[in-house]
Design a protein around this ligand. Sequence first.
Ligand code: SAH
Length: 213
Amino acid sequence: MTDSYRHKGLRKKLVENLIEKGITDHKVLDAISTLPRHFFMDLAFEEKAYEDIPFPIGKEQTISQPFTVAYQSSLLEVQKRDKIMEIGTGSGYQAAILSLMGARVYTIERHESLFNSSKTLLTSLGFNTIQFFWKDGYKGLPEYAPFDKILVTAGAESIPEILLQQLKIGGICVIPVGKKDQHMYKITRTGENEFKNEKLDTFRFVPFLTGKE
Ligand code: SAH
């Protein structure tokens, strides 16, 4: 895998495109300009790796569109050393972005083959603080809770209460909610039993499914 000047140039253009679309968080933009997205995709799509579109990664799943990654990462208000649980590892791209932003990442994937391939790839790229789990993300990781932040990268039909219970007070959960299309929700835990919900823009994610594969 090589990261050429051409790739770097294409990444710079992608970042400019994301700024035009309203992304302002410099930590997010820096991470996207650092991370070679083409490493996370099939060679067949390499030419298109820096267009702002999602791509298939096998098992009917996709690597999220860069704008979606940037949007979700911005909403998380990532601070250095934040303990973040990501549900839906997929290609591992989003987990790597959070790690580059200084977070301690715990990422869960229900498909064994995607769990294996993303773990192998990220380990070979030197991301050795990310923890990978092959589990049903609906249950979260109660043994590692509480988390500063929780990120769901698959579309949920409703907000899973069990996940919100794994959030620290003051913590933020970003989750797309809805059937065919999803509204992005930013949920802040303001007290033991109090949450503030913000309903934001519309997206289309692959479904948040139950059980392991
Ligand atoms: N964050 C990923 C996006 C992958 S798409 C990336 O950067 O590439 C969403 C992923 O969520 C898929 O890989 C899908 O298999 C996974 N997923 C769906 N339901 C899940 C569940 N209950 N637990 C864990 N992962 C799940």
